[in-house]
Design a protein around this ligand. Sequence first.
Ligand SMILES: C[S@@+](CC[C@H](N)C(=O)[O-])C[C@H]1O[C@@H](n2cnc3c(N)ncnc32)[C@H](O)[C@@H]1O
Length: 298
Amino acid sequence: MLTNKFWPLLDHPNDIAEADYLSLVTVPFPASTSTFLNSKLPLPLMTLYMVGIGLNDEKDITLKGLEAVKKCSKVFLESYTSKLQCDVAALEKLYGKKIILADRELVEKQAEQILEPAKTGDVAFLVIGDVFSATTHTDLRMRAEKAGVDVEIINNCSVLNSVGITGLELYKFGKTTSIPFPEKGFEPETPYDVIKDNLGIGLHTLCLLDLRPDENKFMTVNDAITYLLIIEEKKGGGILTNRTMMIACARLGSKDQKIVYGKAKDLMKIDFGNPPFCLIIPGKLHFMEEDALNKIKK
Ligand SMILES: C[S@@+](CC[C@H](N)C(=O)[O-])C[C@H]1O[C@@H](n2cnc3c(N)ncnc32)[C@H](O)[C@@H]1O
C-alpha cells in the first residue's frame, strides 16, 4: 500500500509524467531506499508534527510529542494565543532544541517559513494546550497537506477540558465565547448573547479572556466581569448582576492554579496572580456540581 508520506504526489498524478506515475502505482511497498534513489520520482517530503504541549510547563508535553520534537530539524512555538507558566528556555532545555517563536503574522501570512523547511526535514509546530482546541490551526494543516507535506497531530489537554476540575460537567457546557479587549467602536456584545443563549437552555458558558502575550497584556477577571456588566446595563437582558455566581480560574493545570466560585462583585476584588485567566457562568446545576462548587466557594 502506498502512502502519502512516501509518495506525496500520488494524489496529484498530473504533476508527474504518466510513465512515472504508472511505475509509481506498481512499485510494491515497502520500497527500499535504493528504489527512491534510482527512480526519477520526487524524493519523499518530511513530516510536520503539530504538537499540543499542554497548559502549564515544559513537562506537560506527551512522550509521543517529545519523541517527535527530538527528531525535528526545526521547532516552532505558536506564541500568540496562550501563555505557559515557564519560559522558552525551559522548553529548549528539555527538548534539546532551539525554539523559534511563531507570531500570528508568521503563522497566518508567512506559513511558507514553516512549510518550506518541512519539505526537507521534519518540523515541529508546538501549540500551548491542544492543537485544535479553541484556536484551530486547521489552515496550517491544510496548507501543509496541499503542499504534499505529511502531517502528524499529537494531542494534549486544553483549557476546554481542564475546566472539568471545577466540578462542572463538561457535557453541560454550551458554546464557548471570548471576551475581547474593548476598543473605541469595538465592544462586541457576542459574549453576552452567548451566555444568554446558553443560560436559556441551562448550559454553562466558558469565557476565554483576551490576551496579547507579545505586549504582556492579559485581560483580568475583573476586566471581564466589568465588560459583561456594562453590556448587561446596555441591553438590559436581566441575566447578569453583580450578585451572579461565577467561577474564575487562573493558571489551570499548574501547581498554583486558583479557582474560585463566588458572586461577581466578590470575584472582582480578588487578585488572581499571573495569567492566563478564564471565567465560567454556570447554568443549571446538578446537586453534585453544586457540592463541588461549594468546596471552592468564596
Ligand atoms: C485561545 S485559548 C488557548 C487554546 C489552547 N490551544 C488550549 O487548547 O488551551 C486561550 C485562552 O484560554 C484561556 N486559558 C488558556 N490556558 C489557561 C489556563 N491554564 N488557565 C486558565 N485559562 C486559560 C485564557 O482565557 C486564554 O486567553
